[in-house]
Design a protein around this ligand. Structure first.
Ligand code: GLV
Ligand code: GLV
Length: 319
């Protein structure tokens, strides 16, 4: 019999076509999360599951899936998947690195520009329909040239952001578990520093690290206090890396100049305090949201399923 493949939400058709070439595909047609009872009924038969970052893949999920061989998460982040629980049951876990690097780095650069040039606030001026006049001192922002970007988490996305920021005339420091390739450091003029030094000296701090117990509230009240009051925070990684309540305090009190956020601590909830602030740009988790990238992510997830169902190693197992 053909293997059965559950897809927990809508994904681009090209990915479904790849899956249909090797198995019988059942995809939840809604944009709302799949209801647990529907999911479990499908998991009872499933050999493979293609999951989204809004799915929680835990013991409850796995208990319902006795035949499961692979969980292919359509995201580079996989904090929604209990990898140890999967491994202990012999279930492979894959993610989609590489294909979303440029889109996510572009968005981090966009949030850097939007927050330093006050573009969200500026757009709201026009949309308010209030009269406005050009003025020499109107809505002055901060230029990026000669400023320091501090990148927390120097993986592929961090490096791609550094390339963009370098083109804008920024200097780069980064914090990572280990130093990146010397050749990359030389090309970017980037150097590894402690998190303390990065926070204290950077004009823009960008979070590009995975979320785990180790990075939960990495940016807490103390970290925010150690940043310069002229500095900006950009988060395109995962919301809970930042203590959102502490961030509201820092932004509201002027201890931090501004922030650009693509992700939120209790997503899709956004801290109400953020909504009242002019100096924060709020984007609904769009880091990888281009037509090209979402297609490539679906295809890569599907190709991982193809490999595992053919008893071959997956292309991009989670590290
Ligand atoms: C998106 O947030 C991803 O992890 O791919
Ligand atoms: C601004 O619009 C300028 O021309 O300098």
């Amino acid at each position: 019999p053909k293997p059965k493949i559950l897809v927990t939400g809508r994904i681009p058709e090209s990915g479904l076509d790849i899956l249909r070439s090797v198995g019988e595909v059942w995809a939840w047609p809604g944009d709302d999360p799949i209801p647990a009872d529907v999911r479990d009924e499908q998991l009872a038969e499933a050999d493979a599951a293609v999951t989204l970052l809004t799915d929680r893949v835990d013991d409850g999920f796995l208990d319902a899936a006795p035949h499961l061989k692979v969980v292919a998460n359509v995201a580079v982040g996989f904090n929604n998947v209990d990898v140890d629980a999967c491994r202990s049951r012999g279930v492979e876990v894959t993610n989609t690195p590489g294909v979303l690097t440029d889109a996510t780095a572009d968005l981090a650069m966009a949030l850097t520009l939007m927050s330093t040039r006050r573009l969200g606030e500026a757009e709201r001026v026009i949309r308010s329909r209030q009269p406005w006049k050009w003025g020499v001192f109107m809505m002055l922002g901060t230029g990026l040239q000669g400023r320091r970007l501090g990148i927390v988490g120097m993986g592929a996305i961090g490096v791609a952001l550094a390339e963009r920021a370098k083109a804008f005339g920024m200097s780069i420091v980064y914090h990572n578990r280990s130093a990146v390739d010397g050749e990359i450091e030389d090309r970017l003029g980037a150097s590894l520093v402690s998190l303390d030094e990065l926070l204290a000296t950077s004009d823009v701090v960008s979070l590009n690290c995975p979320y785990s117990d180790a990075t939960h509230h990495l940016i807490d009240e103390a970290a925010l206090r150690s940043m310069q009051s002229s500095a900006f925070l950009v988060n395109t990684a995962r919301g809970p890396i930042v203590d959102e309540a502490a961030l509201v305090e820092a932004l509201a009190s002027g201890r931090l100049a501004g922030a650009g956020l693509d992700v939120f601590e209790h997503e899709p909830e956004v801290h109400p305090g953020l909504l009242d602030l002019e100096n924060v740009v709020l984007i609904p988790h769009l880091g990888s949201a281009t037509i090209e990238t979402r297609g490539a992510m679906a295809d890569l997830a599907a190709r991982n399923v193809v490999e595992v169902l053919a008893d071959r190693p997956p292309l991009t197992p989670v590290p």
